[in-house]
Design a protein around this ligand. Structure first.
Ligand code: SAH
Length: 261
């Protein structure tokens, strides 16, 4: 088999630029605590080739496209037994981590990039680092700080447990086929926060509700879950609040709920 024809429905945009593949592969820095890494969506192995050059890493792959899996079996015999044929969003990662920490890396399929990040969040205590290529807009949303237009649900939820570094922007022409949008690589490193110190489900609900009507002040935006309560930040819009502020807000909301009970 010479090559895999890109399939649109699987978000296949294969990297042609080896320099960029090498740069992405070298960004991963958690090799000491997590030498085992999983590349999500290796395709024809453009990035895998450079991950394998890093002999301090134990590189595994997960790929949902059987044709790509066959391609990898032929062209990367050194990966024998380490290419998992599966859908990252459905696989039980604990079977792969086996209680250890693993790194996540990839030129991700853009159609499911936010879901990949949410899944990583679920397993955050096993995942010290995520290095990945996303569409530029998503990368910016993840990395953005309070006060900007792109700062939103994805930023707050990811930044609660990861420090985000926007590494570099990537032009569409380095892919086959070129995607319609620019891309960017980010690096997410697990921060020191073990728990949020508030009800996590409520935190997510508060963040989502606050940003649902992001142009309104929190007094109005939060009406679907709480009205006329003495809460902090009510005169501000969601985009002004840091992760710590959202935690404080959630604690106040749960106090009001407790009083009403
Ligand atoms: N890393 C390769 C391919 C990137 S394209 C390169 O840079 O050239 C994205 C890849 O993700 C494709 O190979 C696609 O088949 C794969 N993919 C799509 N959805 C997936 C899923 N749910 N789980 C695992 N892999 C997936």
């Amino acid at each position: 088999m010479q090559k895999v024809e890109p399939k649109k429905r699987l978000g296949q945009h294969f990297l042609k630029d080896k320099g960029i593949c090498e740069k992405i592969a070298n960004l991963y820095r958690s090799h000491e605590i997590a030498p085992k890494i999983i590349e999500i969506g290796p395709g024809m192995g453009a990035l895998t080739e450079y991950l394998l050059k890093r002999t301090e890493l134990d590189t595994w792959c997960m790929e949902v496209d059987d044709e790509s899996v066959r391609f990898l079996d032929i062209h990367f015999p050194q990966l024998k037994g380490k290419v998992i044929f599966g859908d990252f969003l459905r696989e039980d990662l604990s079977k792969i981590t086996e209680g250890n920490k693993i790194g996540i890396i990839g030129n991700f399929p853009y159609n499911i990039s936010s879901q990949i990040l949410f899944k990583c969040l679920e397993y955050r205590n096993q995942i010290p680092e995520i290095v990945g290529m996303f569409q530029k807009e998503v990368a910016e949303r993840v990395a953005e700080k309070p006060g900007s237009k792109q700062y939103g649900i994805l930023s707050v939820l990811l930044q609660s447990f990861y420090d985000i570094q926007y590494c570099f922007t990537v032009d569409e022409h380095v892919f086959n086929p070129p995607p319609k949008v620019k891309s960017a690589v980010i690096r997410c490193v697990r921060n020191k926060r073990e728990t949020l110190g508030c009800d996590e489900k409520l935190f997510i609900q508060v963040v989502k509700t606050a940003f649902n009507q992001r142009r309104k002040t929190l007094r109005n935006a939060l009406k679907p879950i709480i009205q006329q309560a003495d809460l902090p930040f009510l005169d501000l819009r969601a985009e002004r609040l840091s992760v710590e502020d959202f935690i404080e807000l959630t604690i106040s909301v749960s106090r009001v709920f407790d009083l009403k009970r």
